[in-house]
Design a protein around this ligand. Sequence first.
Ligand code: SER
Length: 323
Amino acid sequence: MKNILIIGATGQIGSELTMKLRGIYGGGNVVAGYIKGTEPKGELAESGPSALVDITDPVQIADAVKKHNIDTIYNLAALLSAVAEARPQLAFKIGVGGVYNVLEVARENGCAVFTPSSIGSFGEETPHNPTPQDTIQRPKTIYGVTKVTGELLSDYYARRFGVDTRSVRFPGLISYVTPPGGGTTDYAVDIYYAAVQGRTFKCPIKAGTFMDMMYMPDALRAAIEIMEADPSRLKHRNSFNIASMSFDPEIIYNKIKEYKPEFVMEYEPDPLRQAIADSWPDRLDDSCARAEWDWKPEYDLDAMTRDMLEKLELKFAPKLELH
Ligand code: SER
């Protein structure tokens, strides 16, 4: 990777991945692709170039790739699972049409491509604990349909055209930087904000519903390590199960209470999110990622909780007014 384009650079993953890649490959070599209304700001705007890249417009993608001599594309554009159910046509346009646009531009310009998949690519018929690397993928959500399609198209472009496509299936991602929006796993982010802001947390997911989760620093490292991996060792490409922790609302609530004993959570289940969560794995088996490119997570629930609480306390600390 020398010249990188991030599509969706101002989103939940992109805002942090862009900064991390700029730290490794140099600010000038990582282009932050954004859509109208989400222009990069602050550090993200100042630390390197940016370009208007709407994934539904293949000409915009091709123009940015040619102008900046791009060799690697990180395609992070997506509507998350619950919001995608409200706008399935747009979810398809971004998650299937967009992936096709990126793969075509990559084929024509010799770029490698990372398009994340998700625990959402699995469904009710999938074995849930553990979920093997190669198993049934019959999701019922449009989000899942786009993710499975992205996996298949990416493997097709690798086999048929030699495009260097690689991917991981992300669990629910937890971070204190850019909030997610419209996901099923978002409760595990929102719960920390409520704890730090002293609010009672209304949990949309029922006790006993286990899902894979991951702290953002591990997720960013996975996205970079898979693209740097020795291709001769890869038996799989699109997409690798990765995992670091699995919990239900009770477990994360009790963990936060260890540090904030006054914190209160109540249940207020959301039927859409609950149905989606019930269809997703409890715990992914990530042994292929461990064997083929030495994947290893660093954060468990306790380490993540300590860091999240500390960083959010700083974020919400009253600012000192200097006169
Ligand atoms: N975090 C995503 C969601 O909940 C899953 O990949 O939609």
